[in-house]
Design a protein around this ligand. Structure first.
Ligand SMILES: Cc1cc2nc3c(=O)[nH]c(=O)nc-3n(C[C@H](O)[C@H](O)[C@H](O)COP(=O)(O)OP(=O)(O)OC[C@H]3O[C@@H](n4cnc5c(N)ncnc54)[C@H](O)[C@@H]3O)c2cc1C
Length: 475
């Protein structure tokens, strides 16, 4: 169904009317999640004619299995740029003041707090509905219950999308001057691109598979404004366990593991090791489900002729904690401003859209790449070393906070700490972390200096060599 159009009763007329209408889109956005709605709304605010398509029915857009946590700073930025409202009381389940990071043996709790870490637990459906309605209110047309199957090419340009109605099964080609793939981890357009500098596939080891439940507890939690992250390779290999408060008696509890063969199923792990805790005694399930998160650097290039890629589809996610709501909205905003520039110049080629890569890498991609190296370090560090490193504050709380916000990793290498680590033969951990910290800096530098299209291949070789060196360090 198309919203905001006055539909006429005859099906034949409807189709003809639709065909005429859709020939003139400036931009078609695939996916009405957080990234897609932000891109579509930003373009409509600039006066463009935009269509947004989602396979979900209108009333369930936004309903996604998620940890539901988002940093306040994304609203600070996007409120100024496009008037994105802060979560209303109705959408906000809880205010978050900080995160407790808990060691595998649960003996050390690093309390990370400060302005940069403040955030909200949001109701995904209500938040998603608000974003969608605000997008429709700016004049964007919305086609729901419609799956996008593939890109449509005109010569070397992506010039439209092939869709299938989930109601009637009818297939249609819809054309637009430029297309944005914001279809989340499905990346329905990206996966079907012809030759381009865009990676079509993402390796399984760079993806975390998660299972989570929202549970009502039979008693109050102690600290309802702190999220808890449990690092434990033995229970959640390659990922982590989270318990995020939605209210004083409701939590979002989940577990993620690296998506590689022989790793256990996250649901099985959650039931075997997490929900056994006294906290969950006599608790009841409000909602449950699983999902995938790409936790790595952004894809090499997020544009090709006639196409930009946003959000999970472009791997715009924090590789350490898997937070992608904020980055997808930033990605959506930056993609839209570059579509605006390219349409004004009349150049929708890869080169005409290239600046989006540069803007995104400067805004978040460089931080993401640095954190990706740290993610590999965490995935390769056994629980006993993490216990020791955390207990003796190899990284202090304030340094973890700044590193998680993308600043350089500063090690707490006082003489006392060095003596402690050498005394019990854990100097290797310090040395590895020191080398990892320097690789994080190097890769960030490369992403901050994102290349021109001609120099992309040489730049990729430099980035790949940092990954090779990182794996050598972590052997
Ligand atoms: C278990 C779990 C926990 C998470 N926890 C957090 C968290 O606490 N905080 C955080 O910030 N992030 C979290 N994330 C990540 C976050 O959910 C994503 O990064 C974010 O939603 C990405 O937004 P997006 O717009 O790119 O994609 P999505 O929000 O996934 O939106 C994509 C849209 O595209 C539509 N679509 C897909 N395929 C098609 C198709 N073929 N045709 C038409 N439409 C299509 C979908 O229906 C959907 O509406 C979590 C993810 C998971 C799985």
């Amino acid at each position: 169904m198309i919203f905001i159009l006055n539909l006429v009763p005859s099906q034949k007329f409807q189709n003809e009317y639709f065909l005429v209408k859709h020939m003139g889109y400036d931009c078609i956005v695939v996916g009405a999640g957080t990234g897609g709605t932000t891109a579509a709304r930003t373009l409509a605010l600039k006066g463009y004619k935009v269509l947004i398509i989602d396979r979900k029915k209108k009333e369930v857009v936004g309903d996604k299995v998620c940890g539901d946590a988002i940093g306040k700073h994304y609203f600070d930025t996007l409120n100024k740029l496009i008037g994105l409202r802060y979560p209303t009381k109705d959408e906000c389940e809880a205010n978050i003041d900080g995160i407790d990071v808990i060691s595998p043996d649960k003996e050390t709790i690093l309390k990370i707090q400060g302005e940069g870490i403040k955030g909200y637990m949001i109701n995904r459906l209500k938040f998603g509905q608000r974003l969608l309605n605000a997008t429709i209110d700016t004049g964007v047309e919305f086609l729901d219950n419609t799956s996008v199957i593939s890109p449509v090419y005109e010569g070397e340009y992506v010039a439209g999308v092939l869709t299938r109605s989930l109601e009637s099964g009818e297939k249609k080609e819809i054309r637009g001057k430029v297309i944005i793939d914001a279809s989340g981890v499905n990346a329905v357009i990206r996966r079907k691109l012809r030759n381009s500098s865009v990676e079509r596939t993402v390796q399984n080891e760079d993806v975390i598979v998660c299972f989570r439940e929202i549970r009502d507890l039979n008693h109050e939690i102690e600290d309802p404004n702190f999220c808890k992250i449990y690092l434990t390779q033995s229970i959640s290999p390659g990922g982590y366990v989270w318990v995020f408060p939605e209210s004083i008696t409701r939590v979002n509890v989940g577990l993620g593991v690296q998506n590689i063969p022989n790793n256990p199923h996250p649901r099985k792990q959650l039931y075997a090791y997490v929900l056994q805790d006294a906290l969950f005694e006599e608790s009841t399930i409000v909602h449950k489900g699983g999902g995938f998160v790409p936790t790595r650097r952004p894809i090499w290039s997020q544009v090709t002729n006639g196409l930009l890629i946003v959000g999970d589809a472009a791997c715009q996610v924090n590789p350490i904690h898997g937070g992608g709501i904020g980055p997808s909205m930033m990605g959506g905003y930056l993609a839209a401003t570059n579509v605006d520039r390219a349409l004004e110049k009349g150049d929708l080629s890869e080169r005409g859209l290239w600046e989006y890569n540069i803007d995104y890498m400067k805004e978040y991609g460089a931080k993401q790449a640095g954190l990706d190296i740290f993610r590999l370090f965490l995935q390769h560090t056994p629980d006993d070393e993490l216990n020791y490193g955390m207990k003796h504050r190899l990284l202090k709380e304030e340094d973890i906070l700044s590193a998680s916000l993308g600043e350089d990793l500063v090690l707490n290498l006082t003489e006392k700490v060095k003596r402690l680590f050498s005394g019990i033969g854990k100097l290797g951990l310090i040395n590895r972390l020191r080398k990892i910290s320097s690789k994080m800096k190097e890769i960030k530098g490369l992403f901050q200096n994102y290349p021109s299209p001609e120099k992309l291949e040489a730049w990729k070789t430099e980035v790949e060599s940092i990954y090779t060196e990182t794996f050598e360090i972590l052997k």
